[in-house]
Design a protein around this ligand. Structure first.
Ligand code: PRT
Ligand code: ZN
Length: 293
């Protein structure tokens, strides 16, 4: 429908749940059920196009969808090499992280990039792999497989594989070991260069500012503590990723102040210990639900 922004999202799979969760955190109210191709957002003029992840870059490039949420690995595969789709990354979203790795039989003869010369490598990512091999000046053959790539060395289809790894359990279960990371991937928001109508542009800007808020609030914490006045500078230095903290006099005679700050990076136990060493007391770390600058 004209005027409604369309975002392509994986319907089912590793990306789907976290993509839906992020959009819901950005305040989009929708439900995904059955075999529907579209989920209508009830409180904003946005429709979600529910598709297979591999189709997302193409839908965005062709205009079937204005934007898409997809793994950087799929984005790279569809934009590199011969396909060369004209889409670009607008935001890195920080979820569905994995690495595209080269791997071979553990303790076998093939253990480094140089050993790949004249060998066969099985992969579902021939575009990324061939670009990488060309870059590194390695003459090897890509064998394209749609799935079960990890079985290729065992059935003598290939000498090595190039596949996604997250926990590493699949490689281990198949007696394989990664020896090189080709791409570090996470979910990304992608778009094309087409000009949007003024209506869609304004919805997009609203959505983007909310997505930025979701990304920032995820690792951000609100930290509150009491500290000796003399230690304000030292403590401010330790607070991770925070601008000038708010300092409030406590009205007691012992020279204590209350300090409060938004920390945009993770606050670890080690950070709290370091704050305590500098004289901070009654330290509270609170989650931040929403942020907008
Ligand atoms: O049906 P559709 O085509 O939409 O889905 P799909 O089956 O092609 O993709 P899906 O749902 O498996 O993955 C979607 C996206 O999730 C990928 O494109 C990646 O961006 C991201 N992702 C994150 C992963 C993994 N982690 C992952 N571990 N995608 C796949 N894997 C596979 C990998 O291929 C290997 O088989 O999981 C296995 C390895 O996992 P570990 O934990 O054993 O290392
Ligand atoms: Zn897929």
């Amino acid at each position: 429908m004209p005027g409604r922004l369309r975002i392509a999202v994986q319907k089912k799979g590793r990306l789907a749940d976290e993509s839906f969760a992020m959009l819901k955190k950005a305040g989009l109210n929708f439900s995904v059920r059955g075999d529907g191709l579209l989920a209508r957002v009830k409180n904003l003029p946005i429709d979600l196009l529910l598709v297979r992840d591999d189709d997302i870059p193409n839908f965005v490039a062709s205009g079937a969808s204005d934007f898409g949420l997809v793994g950087e690995n799929v984005f790279a595969e569809e934009t590199l090499g011969s396909k060369g789709l004209d889409v670009s990354i607008l935001r890195r979203l920080g979820f569905s992280r994995c690495n595209l790795c080269l791997a071979a039989i553990e303790n076998g003869s093939l253990q480094s990039l140089a050993d790949l010369k004249n060998k066969k490598i099985a992969t579902s990512y021939p575009g990324i792999l061939s670009t990488y091999l060309k870059d590194k000046n390695i003459d090897a053959t890509c064998v394209e497989m749609k799935g079960a790539v990890e079985l290729a060395p065992r059935i003598n289809v290939a000498d090595a594989i190039c596949d996604l790894v997250s926990s590493g359990a699949t490689l281990e279960a198949n007696g394989l070991k990664a020896f090189e990371t080709i791409l570090e991937s996470e979910a990304v928001l992608i778009g094309s260069r087409r000009t949007l109508s003024a209506e869609k542009q304004s919805i997009y800007e609203r959505l983007l500012s909310r997505i930025d808020g979701v990304i920032r609030s995820k690792d951000s914490k609100y930290i509150m503590l009491n500290a000796p006045q003399s230690q304000i500078k030292a403590i401010s230095k330790i607070l991770p990723g925070s601008d000038a903290p708010t300092i409030i006099p406590l009205g007691t005679d012992d020279g204590l102040v209350a300090m409060q700050a938004v920390c945009t990076e993770n606050v670890f136990w080690e950070t709290l210990e370091a704050l305590k060493d500098k004289g901070a007391r009654s330290i509270l770390v609170l989650p931040i639900e929403k942020m907008m600058s």
